[in-house]
Design a protein around this ligand. Structure first.
Ligand SMILES: CC(C)(COP(=O)(O)OP(=O)(O)OC[C@H]1O[C@@H](n2cnc3c(N)ncnc32)[C@H](O)[C@@H]1OP(=O)(O)O)[C@@H](O)C(=O)NCCC(=O)NCCS
Length: 212
């Protein structure tokens, strides 16, 4: 079942995860490959992400996607705002005709420990590990915070973001409601923007998203 997960957030905003089990030919029947992606696995992920946009909104104009200098894909007329992420055999996308959006999908991995000091402040790290004793839980917590910051980076879309300085986890707890977790962040650059980041855990796969 390739559409692994779908959530209709509101009347104009939808989110999905595709489990990639098909080959390139399947996606190329619908998706125009507009840039050279030389690595086969990355090409498959790229195609699946775009395919998913049209699964969520069948009238999504794939051929009109442009790429900004920051590498963010966008539609000039902003008929839809959208964000894409891939990890391994999964592609995630969020699409909205009304809201600015961001999405990220990750798998828990020990390598996250090596970059922890690059994306979390000392205060954020201390809070994240309070009461977390098992190393598996610690890795999941770290990956979740990393994913949330990646989601915010994509939502912002203009690049030049320092994850420690500009993206701050401001309420040190994890809220759970209606099947989703919620984290409270602030994006602090020209102005301070409060952001609710939603997350969902599927075994070791972590999905985070934002819509404003
Ligand atoms: C852009 C970035 C977020 C992509 O993340 P990733 O884990 O490599 O890959 P993902 O699969 O999650 O996302 C890739 C998708 O993001 C989208 N994307 C790329 N650049 C983007 C940008 N500037 N803004 C929004 N979306 C972007 C694209 O849709 C891309 O998929 P596509 O090329 O198939 O269309 C990442 O490369 C990046 O630059 N992160 C910031 C790094 C940083 O500043 N770190 C500092 C703290 S250590």
């Amino acid at each position: 079942m390739p559409l692994f997960y779908q959530h209709n957030i509101n009347g104009t905003t939808k989110l999905g995860i595709w489990h990639i089990t098909e080959d390139e030919a399947f996606f190329l029947r619908r998706v125009p490959l507009k840039r050279d992606v030389s690595h086969a696995q990355k090409r498959l992920q790229h195609l699946a992400g775009r395919f998913l946009l049209t699964e969520l909104f069948p009238d999504f104009p794939l051929e009109e996607i442009l790429i900004a200098d920051t590498r963010k894909p966008y539609l000039e007329d902003e008929k839809y705002h959208f964000s894409i992420s891939h990890f391994g055999h999964y592609a995630a996308a969020i699409v909205s005709s009304t809201n600015r959006v961001g999405v990220d999908v990750e798998k828990t991995s020990p390598t996250i420990e090596k970059i922890r000091n690059k994306f979390l402040s000392e205060q954020e790290s201390a809070i994240a590990f309070e009461g977390v004793e098992k190393s598996g839980h610690r890795l999941r917590q770290l990956t979740l915070l990393w994913s949330a910051k990646e989601t915010i980076f994509k939502w912002y879309s203009l690049g030049n973001v320092n994850f420690k300085q500009h993206i701050c986890w401001v309420k040190p707890y994890f809220i759970r409601s209606e099947g989703f977790g919620e984290l409270t962040f602030e994006f602090r650059k020209q102005e301070t923007v409060p952001l609710a980041i939603y997350y969902k855990l599927f075994d070791d796969l972590i999905l985070t998203f934002v819509f404003t």
